[in-house]
Design a binder for this molecule. Structure first.
Ligand code: PHE
Ligand code: ZN
Length: 891
């Protein structure tokens, strides 16, 4: 497809499908060098479609059509029209059986969409529009059908044959071939279709649901990897129990299968009863996977399982509604994560990720609403906005209507829509109806792109003993509290923003929250209140306050906004030490650090030395002193905001000044607190063998933060410490943390550790990914040269998304190296994107997103970036995927 045929699809153009497909019968023959797919579709006119009879149109991509028949009669040349992507039948009967036979070539399908080969097996990926690469079909999520699938293959090379649903027979068919039939009792959209034919090992288990039904669980992995499956099975069982307990949702399946595959574009896929996972979110063993990997596995396994209700039982009417299933399911997996681990630390990490990914997206050329208005390539809209901001929007509904009403809203949503393909409006309507809360204005969050700015100011009146809080909002970053009103435009109607507030007293105690006009009962006894900001500007007066409070705003990050409030450094230190809301304790530390780093970056960029106050070191020292109370929290509090997040706050980004400023502060802390860091490191050592528990993981996180600070000293002692940890660790968390610290330091230990790591792990694909990414993330000046060299290394493979993400995407996220002043990073990545696009447009387009913020940099860098982008944009045969991303970046 070229740019002329790539069309923009608009949400407003939705019309119901003219035909429905009641049932699908597929026969899939795996032959040497080809796969033959025979399909029988039972179609009928959609009673809900437009009155005038439209033709029957099916989608296809890369199909070689062998035969077509309606009700058993082969189609003549005049009966249909066929292009490379559509099959049109002009005057079909109102009900018909359409039989098609096609040949497809999964061995040469490097896009990893549709049916494709990975190593020695065959796997499918149909979301969003991959099913059309398997057979002719009206490929849209509002057509739900019952499926029967029979697979035929060589028994020795493809012994495992799987599809959605329940086994319905299998056997040998002579000459070394066998077959297996599967029947899915649930009607589903075709994007949830899956099949697998491969050689795999399996770990089986069982789950008994709350009503006593037994579900057979199975995790399939590449032969030899069974010892890395236990955690995924455990996560699945915990997720199943959690969904029963928290949402009353029981598993509806007899068989729940997870298949891990090494070549996969995304994280995992929720195909009905047959999830297909990137190996990265299944395989874990103490010596190969880090604590972060273990926690990600929990979350992704849970996420895909939760989709069985939020996504599969109730699905999306069209792809503009993607956040209906993704935002809601991310919210659900976040809540699961919070219940499995520390709620506060989980929230902190999510907000850190939101600021690093979604805020820049919302401020850049790919900004789009949670429910987009249009797209060229839907695969480009599996974004942080749809997923993570979508989850924030669901969380805000919960905050506004309360936990119990939210649960009632979920119940009502399923009561109304089970078995349907619906819209975000339907979800919000269920929440509004169940709670009695009017969410009309709230829905603006679905329609308006951009991160709102929230300005707050407070005033304490000693005489009246009142504290007046003024809140105002705007989508414009340049507005200030004073001129926000002037910048209001009819286009920017205000959001409904839940602002969770607490007031801190002089000793850190929570003060009463009584609001004028409410009577004193309403606020007494509560330590946090959720204010509803629904206008551009509103005032809230808190009464009966004996002294001036320090206000704690947006507790637990109650809304995805950029909050501006001029706390003094002392007030931030007070909040960091005392706020009862752990998120805001962390947040206060982040604010303090951001202030210092941004000021230092400004100083450094004009040749002035950076200034580091002792007060910051004192705050860090206090954190270290109390670290044992909650090591995981201390680790987060000691971690400075990342460069990409900080860059968003600069008008013109100077990436090297920013980099030097941030690392300068790290080094200053290390110089001042070397002993305390070492003490903390030593006292949190674990003698016990590795356990992936939250407590043990928290101690490791804390120690490894200490180690990374000590690494800033570039001292022989710090290097020896890291090397000792690298060599003696019994787990990947500690081994990799030591390697990551050494990788930032130009020393002999670095070379030795990198070499021995590869030597030891070159057969474990996922560990090799870590080896690639730790080098691509290095701040050392020769990183680009190293990355270039690694392209030629046997460990790298441009066809494997995990390798591409590990090496190239990590490099694109290496702020100081990717944005090198001479443009070398830009030209390198653009060239690689062009190469990759010929193999895998989806992954190439994801990689192209690293250019999103190019306009925030200085003139010479902008010139280099635009030159690299223009060159990429002009490549012959560029995919619509990459064209859409680069086109928007250049707009
Ligand atoms: N629907 C998957 C999920 O979020 C993501 C995905 C999308 C995977 C498209 C593959 C292709 O769980
Ligand atoms: Zn999902």
């Amino acid at each position: 497809m070229n740019s002329e045929t790539a069309q923009r699809i608009h949400r407003q153009d939705y019309t119901p499908p003219p035909f429905l497909v009641d049932s699908v019968e597929l026969d899939v023959h795996f032959n040497a060098g080809e796969v033959l797919v025979s399909s029988q579709l039972q179609l009928r006119r959609n009673p809900a479609a437009a009155a005038q009879p439209a033709p029957l149109q099916l989608d296809g991509q890369g199909l070689e059509t062998i035969s077509l028949a309606i009700d058993g009669t082969p189609l003549g040349a005049d009966d249909y029209r066929c292009t490379s992507s559509t099959l049109t039948i002009d005057n079909p009967p109102d009900a018909l059986t359409l039989t098609t036979q096609v040949r497809i070539d999964p061995d040469n399908n490097s896009s990893l969409s549709g049916l494709y080969r990975s190593k020695d097996g065959y796997f499918t990926q149909c979301e969003a529009q991959g099913f059309r690469r398997i057979t002719w079909f009206p490929d849209r999520p509002d057509i739900m059908s019952r499926y029967q699938v029979t697979l035929h293959a060589d028994k020795a090379s493809l012994p495992v044959l799987l599809a959605n649903g329940n086994p319905a027979g299998s056997g040998d068919q002579g000459n070394g071939r066998h077959w297996a039939k599967w029947e899915d009792p649930f009607a589903k959209p075709c994007y949830l279709f899956a099949l697998v034919a491969a050689r795999l090992d399996v770990l089986r288990d069982e789950f008994t649901t709350s009503s006593g039904r037994s579900v057979q669980l199975a995790v399939f992995v590449e032969p030899g990897k069974l010892d890395q499956c236990a955690h995924a099975v455990d996560a699945l069982q915990r997720a199943m129990r959690w969904d029963e307990e928290v949402f009353g949702l029981e598993c509806d399946l007899d068989h729940y299968m997870i298949v891990a595959v090494g070549d996969f574009n995304m994280g995992a896929m929720e195909n009905k009863g047959l999830n297909v996972f990137n190996t990265k979110y299944v395989l874990a063993r103490a010596d190969t996977a880090t604590d972060a990997d273990y926690q990600n596995i929990d979350r992704v396994v849970a996420h895909e399982y939760f989709h069985n209700w939020t996504g599969n039982r109730v699905t999306c009417r069209d792809w503009f509604q993607l956040s209906l299933k993704e935002g809601l399911t991310v919210y659900r997996d976040q809540e699961f994560g919070a219940d499995m681990h520390s709620r506060a630390v989980t929230r902190i990490r999510e907000v850190r990720a939101l600021r690093a990914m979604q805020f820049p997206e919302d401020a850049g050329p790919m900004a789009h609403p949670v429910r987009p208005d249009s797209y060229i390539e839907i695969n480009n809209f599996y974004t942080s906005t749809v997923y993570d901001k979508g989850a924030e929007v669901v969380r805000m509904i919960e905050t506004l209507i309360g936990k119990e009403a939210f649960r009632r809203g979920m119940d009502l949503y399923f009561e109304r829509h089970d078995g349907q393909a619906v819209t975000c409006d339907d979800f919000v309507a269920a929440m509004a109806d169940a709670s009695g809360v009017d969410l009309t204005q709230f829905k603006r969050w679905y329609d308006q792109a951009g991160t709102p700015h929230l300005w707050a100011s407070g005033h304490y009146d000693e005489q009246a003993r009142t504290y007046t809080l003024t809140l105002s909002q705007s989508l414009l970053a340049s507005a200030t509290a004073a001129n926000a009103e002037a910048l209001q435009s009819p286009l920017h109607t205000p959001f409904h923003i839940p602002v969770a507030v607490g007031l801190n007293g002089a000793h850190g105690e929570d003060m009463p929250l009584m609001i004028a006009g409410e009577g004193s009962a309403a606020g007494s006894g509560r330590t946090t209140r959720v204010l509803s900001l629904t206008e551009f500007e509103q005032q809230f007066v808190f009464e009966e306050l004996p002294a001036a409070p320090v206000v704690s705003l947006l507790r637990d990050f109650s809304a995805p906004v950029i909050l501006d409030f001029s706390w003094s450094d002392e007030e931030l230190a007070h909040l960091l030490a005392h706020d009862s809301d752990p998120f805001n304790r962390w947040e206060a530390g982040q604010r303090l650090a951001s202030r210092l780093i941004l000021a230092a970056a400004e100083d450094l960029s004009v040749g002035r030395p950076a200034y580091w106050p002792q007060s910051f070191v004192e705050a860090a020292a206090r954190l270290l002193e109390h670290a044992s109370d909650d090591p995981a929290f201390a680790a987060e509090a000691l971690t400075l905001p990342g460069e990409a997040t900080l860059a968003e706050e600069m008008t013109v980004v100077d990436p090297s000044a920013l980099h030097d400023a941030r690392n300068g502060l790290r080094r200053f802390v290390a110089e001042q607190l070397g002993n305390a860091l070492l003490h903390c490191y030593t006292t949190h050592a674990d003698d016990a063998p590795y356990q992936a528990t939250p407590a043990a993981a928290g101690r490791r996180a804390l120690r490894n933060v200490c180690l990374s600070y000590l690494g800033e000293l570039h001292s022989d002692e710090a290097r020896a410490l890291a090397m000792r940890q690298f060599e003696s660790a019994d787990n990947m968390t500690d081994q990799f943390a030591a390697l990551a610290t050494l990788a930032q330091d130009d020393c002999q230990e670095r070379v030795l550790a990198l070499a021995s790591f590869y030597e030891r792990w070159h057969d474990e694909a996922l560990v090799v990914d870590k080896w690639l990414s730790v080098q691509a993330a290095s701040r050392l000046p020769d990183t680009l040269a190293v990355v270039r060299g690694l392209l030629e290394h046997p460990a790298f493979d441009l066809r494997n998304p995990n390798k591409v993400y590990a090496l190239l995407n990590t490099f694109g996220n290496n702020h100081v190296r990717f944005h090198a002043a001479d443009g070398s990073g830009y030209h390198f990545l653009a060239t690689q994107i062009g190469e990759l696009d010929r193999l895998n447009p989806q992954v190439a387009a994801r990689l192209a997103r690293r250019f999103d913020r190019w306009r925030k940099f200085d003139e010479p860098r902008q010139q280099q970036a635009s030159f690299a982008l223009e060159k990429l944009h002009s490549l012959a045969g560029l995919s619509p995927d990459v064209r859409e991303i680069v086109g928007r970046a250049l707009e």
